[in-house]
Design a protein around this ligand. Sequence first.
Ligand code: SAM
Length: 291
Amino acid sequence: MSRFSYLLSLTPLETWRLLRRRLPVLRNGLAWTAGELLSSGKHSRGIRFAELLLRQEAVVRRHMPWVPLDYEGKRVVEIGCGPLAGFGPLVIFCGAKSFESAEPEWDPALLSSPVVIDRYLRVFHADLVSLYGPRMDFEAFRAALHERMEIHRTGFERAPITGTVDIVLSQSCLEHVFPFEETVDKLAAIQGPKTRFLHLVDFGNHYPTVSPFEGLYGQPRSEYIARRGKAINLLRAPDVAKFFADRGIRARVIPSRVVAGDGGKIHPWWRERYDDSALFTQLALVAGPAE
Ligand SMILES: C[S@@+](CC[C@H](N)C(=O)[O-])C[C@H]1O[C@@H](n2cnc3c(N)ncnc32)[C@H](O)[C@@H]1O
């Protein structure tokens, strides 16, 4: 589907949602509503965070030794958890001592609204019980979320999250942060030698086009960013690896989806800096240490 036919296929609500996210002038407007979240195939399924972790850890294990993340008694941080607390409910259910996140769009009223409690958290809890066992009942789960989760409505780089943490996660967030340097500086500040981390980075255009790279490489990076209003930073996997290494964070960057290019024009700015593997890695995991 071309980007144009995709736009034509949207309902008015979907068009409004897309515009709000894409146009800089609207980006600081209304936050999500419960109705939007519960009608979203992505946001309405809390258990997708467990599915993501199971798949991502399996991919990492194919490339390096990797003991599954264990949240029991751990201090867990997520960058950009999204509107319904992201990995928070999962890690708290699995025994984390605390979950902290920084999410510029955070609205605490959403997760405590009756409709989200009944149609999101209750189902998420039931799915967690099936997957990890009856660790806590629903009322204990809600109390634990209230007591052990702290989400700051700000960029991660400015968040009052200090001291060494045990585990850092992010899901499709690092490609959206500006400037990236400040985010990795902040990561370095809360990183100890034993801090484990797993970040999924999506290097595609974030549109449902046939090629996930459609439109990205026809102009230099800065032109694309200016045109699209800082929606994605367009760093490629080797850039991410270098930023981590420059700050002394030993990370493996593991491609988890590499797709062929679409034959579209690639501006020399990209060809002079990146090889095909960097240009056509759509998803990568940034992981470390093994245990
Ligand atoms: C594609 S969404 C992913 C949300 C969530 N991780 C998920 O998978 O549902 C990217 C998120 O990054 C957040 N974000 C953007 N800049 C950020 C920053 N500087 N610090 C923390 N989060 C940020 C956005 O508000 C948005 O919720």
